[in-house]
Design a protein around this ligand. Sequence first.
Ligand SMILES: *[C@@H]1O[C@H](CO)[C@@H](O)[C@H](O)[C@H]1NC(C)=O
Ligand SMILES: *[C@@H]1O[C@H](CO)[C@@H](O)[C@H](O)[C@H]1NC(C)=O
Ligand SMILES: *[C@@H]1O[C@H](CO)[C@@H](O)[C@H](O)[C@H]1NC(C)=O
Ligand SMILES: *[C@@H]1O[C@H](CO)[C@@H](O)[C@H](O)[C@H]1NC(C)=O
Ligand SMILES: *[C@@H]1O[C@H](CO)[C@@H](O)[C@H](O)[C@H]1NC(C)=O
Ligand SMILES: *[C@@H]1O[C@H](CO)[C@@H](O)[C@H](O)[C@H]1NC(C)=O
Ligand SMILES: *[C@@H]1O[C@H](CO)[C@@H](O)[C@H](O)[C@H]1NC(C)=O
Length: 455
Amino acid sequence: MLPLFTIFLIAVAVYASTPDRASNFPVSPDVAAQYECGSTCQENIQAASATDLEDFDMPFDFDFYTTAKNFSGSKPGDILKLQPVDPKLAKFPAGIAAYRFQYTSVDLDNSTIPATAFIAFPFVRQKDPFKLVAYAHGTSGVFRGCSPSTSSTFYDYDTWIPLSLAGYAVVGTDYAGLGNNYSAHKYISARVNANDVFWSTIAAQNAFPHSLSREWVSIGHSQGGGASWKLSEHKLVQKNQSGYLGGVAIAPNTRIYDAITQSVNMAAGLSSEDQQKMGSSGYIPSIYFALRAVYPNYTAPFLSTLAKKRFELGELAQLCAAALPAVVSDLGLAEIITSLDEDALSVVKEFQELNAPAQGDKASRPLLVIQGANDTTVFPSLTVKAYEQACEAGNRVRLSIYPGLEHSPLSGASAPQWLEFIDGLFEGRDLHNCSVETVSAFDLEYARTPAEDEL
Ligand SMILES: *[C@@H]1O[C@H](CO)[C@@H](O)[C@H](O)[C@H]1NC(C)=O
Ligand SMILES: *[C@@H]1O[C@H](CO)[C@@H](O)[C@H](O)[C@H]1NC(C)=O
Ligand SMILES: *[C@@H]1O[C@H](CO)[C@@H](O)[C@H](O)[C@H]1NC(C)=O
Ligand SMILES: *[C@@H]1O[C@H](CO)[C@@H](O)[C@H](O)[C@H]1NC(C)=O
Ligand SMILES: *[C@@H]1O[C@H](CO)[C@@H](O)[C@H](O)[C@H]1NC(C)=O
Ligand SMILES: *[C@@H]1O[C@H](CO)[C@@H](O)[C@H](O)[C@H]1NC(C)=O
Ligand SMILES: *[C@@H]1O[C@H](CO)[C@@H](O)[C@H](O)[C@H]1NC(C)=O
C-alpha cells in the first residue's frame, strides 16, 4: 500500500499518473513554471519522456523492488527475492528465460545495501553449466524507475543480447538505487558500481548453483565500462578462487573531473546548437545527482542556480536517461556551467580520485578496452591516458580504437571482437600484454555511423 500512497503524493505534485509507473511523471505547466521551465523546456521534456517510457515500459513492480524483509542481517551475495520475468511482457529474443532478483551488495562505506538484477538464460539446457558473464549497463538514469530490469529488453542496445545469443548466461545488475531505492543511486561511482557487479555474480551463482559456471567474465559499456574496469582492480577478483577470468570495458567512463574540464574547453568555440550535439553535454544533470549521492550536502558551485533548479524538476518528475538532459537542453553550456575554478570543482576531483580505475591499482587478469574514435561523450584521449596508466601499473590491457564511431553504436559494432575475447578467456587463451590498435573498417564511408542524437 505504501507505494500507491507515494505515487498519489507525486501525482498531486505533478499530475495524473498510473499506479505501475515509477519514472517520467508528467509535468504540468504550473509546476514547470515553478522551476523556471518555460514552454520550450516543457516540450523538450515531453518529447524525450516518450523515449524513456518506451525503454522503461514494463509495469514497475513496487512489491518486488521494495527492500526485502530479510535484508537486514543478510550478507553480501545473499539472494533476497527471485521471480521469473513474465515472457508476455518481455521483448528480448524468443527462447530466453529471464528472472529478476534482489540481492545484497556492498555500499561505498562498506555497509550492506540491497540491489536488484536480472539474469537471462539461453533456451537450450546444457550438459555443463552455462558460462556466466556479468554485464554492467551504461547510463539508464539516476532514479529508481530507470532500472534496466523493468525494461522489456533489459535496456539492450546491442549489449547483453549478443552474449545471450552466443550461449552465455548473462547477469545484469541494475546497480543499487535503481529499482530498489534503499538509498540514492551512486551514478558513475565506479567503486560501488563494481561492488554491485561483483555481488550480482555471487548472488546469481547462489540462486542457480548447478546452472552457472564458477568462472565468469565481466563486460560493461560507458558507466558500466568504468565499473567493469574498476572491478578488474577489485581486491575480491585478484585471487584465482574468485572465478574471475578478465573483463571488457567499452567506451568506459573513467575520469569525470578531466572529462568535465575537457568538455568545457572543447565546447568553448562551438555554437550553442553544436554544444548540445556533443554527447557529454547530456550528462551534466546526471553528474549533479552522482555527486549528491556520494556527498549529500554538496551544492555543486560550478553549476548555475537555474540549471540546479531545472535538475530538481527532473528529480520531481523522476526523468530517466533520455529526458533528464532535456531539462536544460534549451540552455547554452555557459548558462549551465558557470565556474571551472579549482574550488568550485574540488569535490569533482575528489570523486574522480575515489572512483576512477587506472590509478595504479594492480589487476591480475586481462582487460579489453574498446573506444570509438568519434565518441563525444567519453573522449578517446581520456581512455588512452587511462590505458597508459594501467599498463604502467603492470596490468595487461588491450586497447582497440574504432574509427568513426560514436559512444552508443560502439557496443554492437565491436561485438565480434568482445565475443571472441570472452570466448578466449573461458578457453584459457589470450593472456595478452599491453597493446593498442586502431581497427580498420571494411568501408568507413558507407558504414552506418550515426551521431549520438540520431540513434
Ligand atoms: C522509496 O520509494 C518508496 C515508495 O515509492 C517511498 O515510500 C520511500 O520513501 C522511498 N525511499 C527512499 C529512501 O527514498
Ligand atoms: C530471504 O527471503 C526469501 C523469501 O522469503 C528467501 O527465498 C531467501 O532465501 C531469504 N534470504 C536470506 C538471505 O535469508
Ligand atoms: C572498505 O573496505 C575496503 C576493502 O577492505 C577498504 O580498502 C576500504 O578502506 C573500506 N572503506 C571504508 C570507507 O571503510
Ligand atoms: C584456478 O585454479 C584451479 C585449480 O588450481 C585451476 O584448475 C584453474 O585453471 C585456475 N584458473 C585460472 C583462471 O587460473
Ligand atoms: C549534512 O548536513 C546536515 C545538516 O546540515 C548535517 O547534519 C550532516 O552532518 C551533514 N553531512 C555531511 C556528510 O557533512
Ligand atoms: C570522425 O571524426 C573525424 C575527425 O574529427 C572526422 O573527420 C570524421 O568525419 C568523423 N567521422 C564520422 C563518421 O563522423
Ligand atoms: C608478455 O610479456 C612478458 C614479459 O615481457 C613475456 O614474458 C610474455 O611472453 C608476454 N606475453 C605475451 C602473450 O605476449
